[in-house]
Design a protein around this ligand. Structure first.
Ligand code: HEM
Ligand code: HEM
Length: 182
């Protein structure tokens, strides 16, 4: 059950579970590409990156279904209508770019490169498109630039959540924290 002013328990599990996977995948992606010789000589980190990140493609389906059937708690009255619209836009961008667009672009890149993606090391994702080496550089650029853009977006999201808690001292972060009671 959702408490007043709080996300439901399921929404919190999905938010924090996916946030952990997302941040882990982002850090591993950076280590895999920028410390390739030292840390990723046989693509071990690339394998882990793809196995972890691809689970988001499944989890996002459950998350969107849950979100469409359970509304978010109202934002505090201390926020202006413009700020509230900004918060909504930020969340829509997080869903569209960080949780849907980025995993899709990674899947697209691996598909044009004809490289397998093992979801959670359990089963292989089918190809999104036919392999095509002429699209390799484009697919790589899309995933790389999008990953940095989303890193900035998520960084901003975290800072804003902390600002609500420590500076505005409102209930926004508490509504997403576990075990809230009134
Ligand atoms: C189906 C999902 C995904 C697949 C198949 C995939 C695939 C890849 C591949 C093949 C690389 C290159 C690794 C290497 O060259 O060793 C990479 C890099 C990267 N990926 Fe993903 N990825 C996926 C999802 C994600 C997600 C969800 C994030 C963010 C959390 C992400 C962030 C990154 C980053 C930051 C890099 C390094 C970019 C750079 O070169 O600076 N990827 N990804
Ligand atoms: C790691 C630190 C994080 C903190 C402290 C945090 C905090 C929060 C808080 C307090 C909310 C609800 C409050 C509000 O309405 O603004 C929220 C919502 C949300 N967060 Fe995060 N978050 C974090 C990471 C992430 C990550 C990594 C992602 C995705 C890549 C993410 C995606 C979202 C989305 C999409 C929502 C909107 C939920 C909805 O209403 O449907 N968050 N987050």
């Amino acid at each position: 059950m959702a408490q007043q002013g709080s996300y439901t328990g399921t929404a919190k599990w999905l938010h924090w579970g996916m946030a952990l996977i997302w941040v882990g995948a982002w850090v591993i992606g950076i280590l895999a590409t920028h410390w390739r010789d030292e840390l990723n000589p046989h693509h071990e980190l690339t394998y882990v990156h793809k196995a972890l990140a691809s689970t988001l493609l499944l989890l996002i389906v459950a998350r969107i279904a849950w979100r469409l059937s359970h509304s978010a708690p109202p934002l505090p009255d201390s926020m202006s209508p413009t700020m509230k619209r900004g918060a909504l836009l930020g969340h829509v961008l997080l869903y569209a770019l960080a949780l849907i667009g980025l995993p899709l672009s990674g899947w697209y890149w691996s598909s044009v490169a004809d490289k397998p993606v093992m979801v959670a090391a359990l089963f292989m994702l089918p190809s999104l498109v036919e392999p095509d080496q002429s699209l390799y550089d484009l697919a790589k650029s899309i995933h790389t630039y999008l990953s940095w853009l989303c890193g900035a977006l998520v960084g901003g999201h975290v800072l804003i959540a902390l600002k609500h808690h420590f500076i505005e001292k409102d209930e926004v972060l508490k509504g997403m924290l576990p075990g809230r009671t009134h």
